[in-house]
Write a protein that binds this ligand. Structure first.
Ligand SMILES: [Fe+2]
Length: 345
């Protein structure tokens, strides 16, 4: 029946004419490759579309796989913007040559220099601190003020942490390695592994949830996971949040500060929708977008004038270790080898 396809073609042609006539030809879009997995991000993309008419086509995946995919797609890649969590992976994306140096007065004015790549290949949209959590009912252990103290034999059998191969812990290990060198990091990792309460399992939330259950005295987790519990209206979450104390490590004068990791974004070198992509990247630093990261996902906003979630503010203020994405990336492999060799699997 040849009439059918013909009729469909005619209908398509008519629709195209109508769209062109009404000024709505081919809607602009941005192809976003992201390894972030938060509902608040989707809400942010929808807000951007409502404001600009530019559609966000989201391709989610593991950061290293997305980098590989963009490399393989080469000049034909539909990717416009790359977003990921973890400084080391941002540095890997830059060194893989998939990102374009971008000079944007908006981004440079909004995001502090310490949270941007020197060459403009990426910038941070938010940060989170990796902290030590403890049971307020048992009280804080005296002298537990640095990541280094977690290797002390008096914490034998007390620490709960997820696998060392998770980027959050690998980057923490890379930070310890950068500060202390391989020999002392090896000693630290051995002491830390000996202090584990159980073989690493689960995600960050599972570590501090095990504190009131009596399985661990101390947990390593990112701030935003606990703040999400603090933001919950459920009675059991409120009780959990009230019970967990937070230590921001390495705060003494002259010490390096608490380890923070970043989420960041960059323009893909081959971006087919470059202008729309730059508009989206700049939007990520805007008040409404920064508020999403801060109030929707309980992260520290990258932009100074954005608000903090009250649950995050309740944890107290701290001094972060300066972010050095390239150094984190360079140290990550060796740090992971050291941690695994020490028994922190
Ligand atoms: Fe996470």
């Amino acid at each position: 029946m040849p009439a059918r396809p013909t009729r469909r073609l005619l209908a398509l042609a008519a629709a195209a004419c109508l769209a062109a006539w009404s000024g709505q030809a081919a809607a602009e879009e941005v192809n976003l490759y992201s390894s972030r997995h938060y509902d608040s991000d989707r809400a942010l993309y929808e807000e951007f579309t409502r404001e600009t008419g530019i559609r966000i086509r989201l391709i989610e995946g593991d950061a290293d796989q997305l980098i590989e995919r963009i490399r393989n797609e080469g000049a034909n890649s539909p990717a416009d913007v790359f977003i990921t969590v973890d400084a080391a992976r941002l540095a890997r994306a830059a060194s893989a040559g998939i990102l374009a140096p971008l000079r944007s007065p908006v981004i440079e004015q909004r995001v502090p220099a310490g949270l941007r790549d020197r060459d403009g290949q990426w910038f941070a949209v938010s940060t989170r601190a990796r902290v030590i959590m403890y049971d307020k009912e048992r009280g804080v252990a005296e002298g537990l003020v640095r990541y280094e103290d977690l290797a002390d034999p008096r914490f034998r059998g007390q620490i709960c942490a997820r696998a060392s191969s998770h980027p959050y812990n690998t980057s923490l290990g890379a930070s310890v390695l950068a500060a202390n060198g391989p020999e002392r990091t090896e000693e630290w990792a051995k002491g830390f592994a000996a202090n584990l309460a159980r073989p690493p399992q689960g995600g960050d939330r599972d570590q501090f949830r095990a504190i009131p259950a009596g399985q661990c005295g101390l947990a390593i987790a990112n701030t935003y996971y606990l703040a999400a519990i603090g933001a919950s209206e459920r009675a059991e979450d409120k009780a959990l949040f009230a019970r967990i104390g937070v230590i921001f490590p390495n705060q003494a004068a002259g010490d390096r500060g608490a380890h923070v990791n970043i989420s960041g974004a960059g323009l893909v070198k081959t971006a087919p929708n470059r202008a729309a992509a730059v508009r989206f990247l700049e939007y990520l630093t805007s008040g409404p977008a920064q508020e999403r990261f801060a109030l929707g996902n309980m992260e520290y906003p990258a932009v100074a004038d954005a608000p903090l979630h009250p649950a995050l503010r309740a944890m107290g203020s701290f001094r972060p270790e300066p972010v050095d994405a390239e150094r984190t990336n360079v140290n990550a492999t060796q740090a992971l080898q050291i941690m695994q060799r020490a028994g922190w699997r």
